[in-house]
Design a protein around this ligand. Structure first.
Ligand SMILES: Nc1ncnc2c1ncn2[C@@H]1O[C@H](COP(=O)(O)OP(=O)(O)O)[C@@H](O)[C@H]1O
Ligand SMILES: [Mg+2]
Length: 365
């Protein structure tokens, strides 16, 4: 009972009337196209859907697409996070309660199910729902019957449930933490959202979209991520998936004063450079010399950015003379406009074959 009193400031259900607009889902990779195509097939069928995937992969986004592409798209779209609300309180939140149902229940509350009547209810982190509430959820799914806490009679609600989970629910069933009957009921149709490491080719588009979005939000409309930075983002591990990428880009946009964000912003951000080993991509293929060249290209591209396009400085850091740096810049197609602008003088030096040390002596002179 104390729990209910403590929850006096509990939020009203997070209901939004469908706008009919499709959520924007970024991704042209095979994995994402296949997923979106499956959603298109599944959404119009008015059955329960289970969305599985690691945290941050976009499960809620996919759930909202299921709603937007269903015949319920004009109805309410309600989300309930099963992990965020403790057991007893979750029951009252989901199914509602009558006035005086328990201490502190000074007025009746419409639950999330009733709010979602005629629309879609997303049950996020459904694996966290306590067993006692699982039984009640099963009844609601089977007969469309909901019983508010303290109510003598059941009510009806026409709700399509889309459940999301990052857990292996079959394993949860075996461990006795999840009802088997509810599992089968939820998993009539399953959508698997791939982890970001399985569709890395979408990273440039995702990062660009987040840069655009946060640039706009922070009042700095024209934010651009440098090619070397995007390359680095493509290589990072992203255990937190798209959400982690989004947060990383948001942070860089917030912290960078320049319109062009360089690779340095990423390298200096704490716990973001999550590559298993620096410079070694576990998925890279090709001969040893091909892989070494790819590595060399990345190192040079990073150092050039870190040195703000200054070839003398980059050559010094790399222990090369400027001429051989330029040979490599050409070989790897790293002669970008910024480089050209920043170091026009350097090309002249290079053509005369000056080493970095004599060049810097000249510059000092
Ligand atoms: N394919 C995608 N396109 C655009 N944004 C995405 C995509 N996938 C995930 N996101 C964004 O990443 C964040 C995490 O997604 P979310 O659906 O909350 O993940 P999950 O529910 O799996 O933890 C959200 O801000 C979401 O908008
Ligand atoms: Mg989620």
């Amino acid at each position: 009972m104390g729990q209910f009193e403590a929850g006096a400031n509990v939020r009203e259900p997070d209901a939004t009337r469908g706008t009919g607009r499709l959520p924007s889902i970024i991704g042209q990779s095979m994995a994402m196209r296949r997923l979106v195509a499956t959603v298109a097939q599944v959404a119009p069928k008015d059955v329960t859907v289970l969305v599985r995937g690691e945290t941050g992969t976009g499960k809620e986004l996919i759930a909202s697409l299921v709603h937007a592409r269903s015949s319920r798209c004009q109805g309410p779209f309600v989300r309930f996070n099963c992990a965020a609300i403790p057991g007893e309180l979750a029951e009252a939140q989901l199914f509602g309660h009558v006035q005086g149902a328990f201490t502190g229940a000074t007025h009746a509350l419409r639950g999330f199910f009733a709010q979602a009547d005629g629309g879609t209810l997303v049950l996020d982190e459904v694996g966290e729902l306590p067993l006692a509430i699982q039984a009640k959820l099963l009844r609601a799914l089977q007969g469309g019957e909901i019983q508010p806490v303290g109510a003598a009679r059941v009510e009806r609600a026409d709700v399509r449930v889309v459940a999301c989970t990052n857990r292996d629910l079959a394993a949860e069933v075996r461990a006795g933490r999840f009802r088997e009957d509810l599992y089968y009921r939820l998993a009539v149709l399953e959508l698997i959202v791939p982890p970001l490491r399985e569709h890395r080719e979408d990273i440039p588009a995702l990062a660009a979209e987040f840069a655009r979005r946060y640039g706009k939000r922070f009042g700095d409309e024209e934010v651009r991520l440098s090619p070397a930075l995007v390359e680095e983002l493509c290589r990072a591990q992203w255990p937190g998936n798209v959400r982690q990428l989004e947060n990383a880009v948001a942070r860089m946009v917030a912290l960078c004063s320049a319109a062009d964000i360089s690779v340095e912003a990423f390298a200096s951000a704490p716990n973001l450079v999550a590559s298993a080993e620096p410079g070694i991509d576990p998925e890279s293929t090709g001969t040893l010399s091909e892989q070494l060249e790819a590595l060399e290209r990345r190192i040079i591209s990073r150092v050039m950015e870190a040195a703000a396009g200054n070839q003398s400085e980059a050559a010094r850091r790399l222990g090369l003379n400027r001429g051989s740096l330029i040979v490599r810049l050409k070989k790897y197609g790293l002669m970008t406009h910024t480089v050209l602008r920043a170091t026009r003088q350097s090309f002249q030096d290079a053509s005369t074959g000056l080493t970095s040390s004599t060049a810097s002596q000249q510059a000092a002179a």
